[in-house]
Design a protein around this ligand. Structure first.
Ligand SMILES: N[C@@H](CCC(=O)N[C@@H](CS)C(=O)NCC(=O)O)C(=O)O
Length: 209
């Protein structure tokens, strides 16, 4: 019998959502431990940078969402979530890297946080952060639109790790009307995001407000 799998995450975390999506698409059962990385000392027990998510599988403690999702795909049975073709695999890594390095901050931490989450928290959005986030998001979206393949999902006919990594960020961004408008101008990403949003795995794991 395989050791139990536990995901330590925060119920509003976009990255924890990506890990939950990968687990769901792979068909791996995991229990959830709530850990608020924004509370003082919140997530530092398992993560050297105090972030979420963290996956615990037996004695293995894994942090960084890309590493967690790759481990889930390679360590468990279920549908493959990474393409076999070397170029498609490189595209997968590019999409995940672009999401982490150039999309997450402007799309989630500036646009979603200020345009959507701020209202949920009862505070006024910071207009300068929204402007800055929208400007940087355009560039990230253009790069992602160019990397997205012509198939139903980012790299073929079924969702994989690139889809699981990017979909929560794009969905959060599109909750802001300005984000939805920018997404609508990128036809591949737009159609893909609607396809992802219709999946049961996506609806069942959403952390959006
Ligand atoms: N590079 C990390 C990023 C994880 C991350 O930033 N998670 C957010 C929640 S979505 C977090 O823990 N933020 C706490 C903070 O910024 O202090 C990963 O890939 O897992």
């Amino acid at each position: 019998m395989t050791a139990p799998v536990t995901l330590h995450g925060y119920h509003r975390s976009i990255y924890a959502w990506a890990a939950l999506l990968a687990l769901a698409e792979k068909g791996v059962e995991a229990s959830w431990v709530e850990s608020d990385p924004f509370a003082p000392g919140g997530a530092e027990a398992l993560h050297p940078f105090g972030r979420v998510p963290v996956l615990v599988h037996g004695a293995a403690v894994i942090y960084e969402t890309a590493a967690i999702c790759q481990y889930v795909d390679e360590g468990f049975s279920g549908p493959p979530l990474q393409p076999a073709d070397p170029l498609d695999r490189a595209r997968m890594r590019q999409i995940i890297s672009v999401a982490d390095a150039y999309a997450y901050w402007p799309m989630v931490r500036q646009v979603y946080a200020e345009k959507v989450f701020a209202r949920h928290e009862g505070r006024a959005p910071d207009a300068a952060l929204v402007r800055e986030g929208l400007r940087a998001s355009r560039r990230a979206l253009d790069a992602l639109e160019a990397l997205a393949g012509p198939g139903l999902y980012l790299l073929g006919g079924a969702p994989g790790l690139a889809d699981a990594h990017l979909a929560p960020m794009v969905a959060a961004f599109a909750r802001a009307p300005e984000g939805a408008a920018l997404l609508a101008g990128r036809p591949r990403l737009h159609a893909w995001s609607k396809r992802m949003a219709a999946r049961e795995s996506f609806r069942a794991t959403s952390v959006l407000v």
